[in-house]
Design a protein around this ligand. Sequence first.
Ligand SMILES: [Zn+2]
Length: 102
Amino acid sequence: MPMPHVRSGLVPTCRAHSKRTGLPCQNMCAFGSPVCRMHGARRPESISRGMEHPNYRHGNETRAQRAERRRKSFELHQLVGLGNATGLFGGKVKLKGRKPNG
Ligand SMILES: [Zn+2]
């Protein structure tokens, strides 16, 4: 049952439909969005587009170059681990980012 102010028709409602029933969603829209918070409303400035998007294809690196970088990163990670184990650095050195796959 929608809220009374939504039933009045003065506020815009979500344009999404239920996957199960096919009925329209009865929630009110999030501010500045055509859908409600349950159906993926986001602030426009938080959506990354173009070069900011993680899947953007820039073409700066070939697959072979990327594989080589991955191999070297793994090698560096192993060397830092070896240096930490032998006390070479005089303290524990930690690399940024996630552990590279060999
Ligand atoms: Zn909705």
